[in-house]
Ligand binder design. Structure first.
Ligand code: NAP
Length: 232
């Protein structure tokens, strides 16, 4: 496969390294300086590319996606912090018959963690004696807070217990690739479910698996759709 990588930061570099290991070609890497408002994403620049993988920033991602969708280039994005624009981007994908897969977290462990978290929420439903909280910790250069994964977790928990508050605390320090914990706590006991990412490679592997899966499909997908199918 011939891949275009949009964003040459920590994740862009991790994807490029793993793509080479897996025998994929990296046709081009697009960086911020040359790409204001997605202007480097042209048919010429992306000729011969099978799929784009986008890891940039919340303030850049939507312009990039708009360009890539209009070019009908299958695109995988892991950038977080743009969920308010999802309806607009979905409409564009549908209008242009494009293919987009987005995920706030491309690690398999997190996807399974989210499933177990729902079971936990179901078990604790209607037990107000247990206070519930979400804690997320990331490296100090992460721009958005709360993390996309914490927001996803919160949405999943609301499907099990609508109306309950699931407050999120965000910590930005050190160089953690990501820690998330869901905790139920009463006066006398604590039940906690934790996930820790120890390396960005898990995210890069998930994004590449998505990039292998997406071409040939049309529509808007999540990593969960890919892993577990539309029925979940
Ligand atoms: N889905 C997942 O599994 C997952 C995993 C990890 C991270 N993330 C998310 O992915 C995003 C990137 O993370 P990261 O750790 O790689 O951050 P990062 O190291 O800050 O990299 C972001 C890169 O995007 C570049 N950029 C900004 N605007 C651009 C544009 N218009 N065109 C091309 N490149 C542009 C930045 O360039 P400059 O340095 O010049 O500004 C930077 O190199 C974040 O939103 C993060 O939350 C998701």
């Amino acid at each position: 496969m011939n891949i275009a990588i949009i964003g040459n930061g920590k994740m862009g570099k991790a994807v490029a390294a793993l793509a080479a290991e897996r025998g994929h070609g990296v046709a081009t890497v697009v960086n911020r300086i040359e790409n204001p408002e997605g202007r480097a994403l042209t048919a010429d620049r992306l000729a011969g590319v099978d799929v784009a993988i986008e890891f940039t920033r919340p303030d850049a991602v939507v312009a990039n996606l708009e360009r890539l969708i209009r070019l009908r280039l299958p695109t995988v994005t892991g950038t977080t912090g743009w969920s308010n624009d999802l309806p607009k981007v979905t409409e564009l994908v549908e209008r242009h018959g494009g293919a987009l897969l987005h995920a706030a977290n491309f690690s398999l462990g997190v996807q399974l963690f989210l499933r177990v978290a729902r079971q936990l929420a179901r078990s604790f439903r209607g037990r107000p004696e247990f206070a519930v909280s979400i804690l997320e910790e990331h490296h100090k250069t992460k721009v958005d807070a709360p993390s996309g994964t914490a927001l996803l977790l919160q949405r999943e928990l609301w499907t099990e217990e609508p109306g309950r508050r699931f407050p999120i605390t965000s910590i930005r320090e050190g160089d953690s690739a990501g820690r998330h914990a869901l905790t139920y706590e009463s006066r006398h006991e604590t039940v906690s479910l934790r996930h820790e990412s120890r390396s960005r490679e898990a995210f890069a592997a998930g994004a590449l698996a998505a990039a292998e899966w997406l071409p040939g499909r049309t529509g808007i997908f999540t990593f969960e759709d890919m892993l577990f199918g539309a029925a979940g």
